[in-house]
Ligand binder design. Structure first.
Ligand SMILES: C[S@@+](CC[C@H](N)C(=O)[O-])C[C@H]1O[C@@H](n2cnc3c(N)ncnc32)[C@H](O)[C@@H]1O
Length: 283
C-alpha cells in the first residue's frame, strides 16, 4: 500500500484524465442536483457528520461535497470546514446556502484524485455519496488517507451495489457508454471489503454498518423516474445519449419506473435506499 508524501496538487495533468473529469463535471452540472440533495437525500449529510463525531475543534474536509449536504451540518457544529468538489456550479449553490444559514466555510474546486492539500492537514475527511464517483478508486482512497492526520477519521457514506441506487446504476448501464479503461463502478464503494482493501493497513478501528435511507418523496415509480430524468445528472446524461431513439427512451422510461415501483411499499409509499456507512481511524 503506497504511503504518499508527494504534493499531489503539483502532479502534472494527464490530458486523458482531464478530459474524463471534464465529462464528469459537465454531467454533474446537468439537471438540478441540489434539488435531489435537498428533497431526497438531505438526511444523509447530518447522518455522516454524526457518525464521524465532528465537533468544533475539528478541521474537516468534505470530498465531492456537491452543494454541501454534509459540509453545512459539519460547519454548524463549529468545525472548520473545506468543501471541495469537481463541479463549480454545485459549489456556488452551496456557497449561497451557507451564506443564508450564516455559516462560514471554504469552497474549492478539487478533484478527489488530486486533493490540493498537504499531507495530514485534516482531523476528519468525509464524503457523502461523493468520492464513490471518482473513477480511480485506489487513487482517490490514497488521497483520503494522505490528507488525514494520524489519529484522525475517514468517514464515508456510499450507496451499496445491491441497494436502490446501486440497482439504478445497473439499470442505466445498457443505455450509457462503457466506462473508460481503469474506471471502476461507483457502487463498489458500498462494498465493505472493497473499501477496507482500498484503505488497507493505513487505517485502524474500522466500523462499518449498512443502513437504509427512507425515501417517501415519490408516490409512484413514474414520479421517481420523471424527477430523476430531469434532475439527477447521470440519469439526465443517459437520456441525452439516447437522442431521439424513441424505442430506447421508452424502454429506459419503463425500466426506471419499474425499478422504483418494485421498491415502493407501504402507505405512504416509501423506498429504502441502502448505503454503507464506514468510519476508519488513520493509523
Ligand atoms: C451524488 S453527488 C454527492 C454530493 C454531496 N456530497 C451530497 O451528499 O449531496 C456526487 C458528487 O461527486 C462529485 N464528483 C464526481 N467526481 C468527482 C471527483 N473526481 N472529484 C471531486 N468530486 C467529484 C460531483 O460533482 C457531485 O457533486
Amino acid at each position: 500500500m503506497s504511503q504518499t508524501t508527494a504534493p499531489h496538487h503539483t502532479r502534472p495533468t494527464d490530458p486523458v484524465d482531464a478530459a474524463l473529469k471534464a465529462r464528469h463535471r459537465a454531467m454533474w452540472a446537468l439537471g438540478d442536483y441540489p434539488a435531489v440533495a435537498d428533497q431526497v437525500i438531505a438526511a444523509l449529510g447530518p447522518r455522516l457528520v454524526r457518525a464521524a463525531g465532528v465537533g468544533p475543534d475539528d478541521r474537516v474536509l468534505d470530498v465531492a461535497a456537491g452543494s454541501g449536504n454534509a459540509s453545512l451540518p459539519a460547519a454548524a457544529t463549529g468545525a472548520t470546514v473545506v468543501a471541495g468538489d469537481l463541479t463549480p456550479d454545485l459549489l456556488s449553490t452551496g456557497r449561497r446556502a451557507a451564506a443564508a444559514a450564516g455559516l462560514d466555510l471554504t469552497w474549492e474546486e478539487a478533484d478527489a484524485e488530486a486533493l490540493p492539500h498537504p499531507d495530514a492537514s485534516f482531523d476528519v475527511v468525509l464524503s457523502c455519496v461523493g468520492v464513490m464517483f471518482a473513477p480511480h478508486h485506489q487513487v482517490a482512497a490514497d488521497e483520503l488517507v494522505r490528507v488525514c492526520r494520524p489519529g484522525g477519521r475517514v468517514a464515508l457514506l456510499s450507496w451499496t451495489p445491491t441497494g436502490f441506487i446501486g440497482r439504478l446504476f445497473a439499470t442505466l448501464r445498457p443505455y450509457v457508454p462503457a466506462p473508460p479503461p481503469g474506471a471502476s463502478p461507483p457502487p463498489l464503494w458500498g462494498d465493505e471489503a472493497h473499501v477496507r482493501a482500498l484503505l488497507g493497513d493505513r487505517v485502524e478501528h474500522v466500523e462499518a454498518t449498512t443502513e437504509q435511507l427512507a425515501v417517501d418523496r415519490f408516490a409512484t415509480g413514474g414520479e421517481f423516474r420523471d424527477f430523476f430524468r430531469e434532475r439527477y445528472g447521470p440519469t439526465v446524461a443517459a437520456y441525452r445519449g439516447l437522442g431521439d431513439d424513441v424505442d430506447r427512451v421508452r424502454a429506459l422510461d419503463e425500466a426506471l419506473a419499474g425499478l422504483a415501483d418494485e421498491a415502493l411499499t407501504g402507505d405512504p409509499a416509501t423506498m429504502g435506499w441502502e448505503y454503507l456507512l464506514l468510519v476508519a481511524h488513520r493509523a
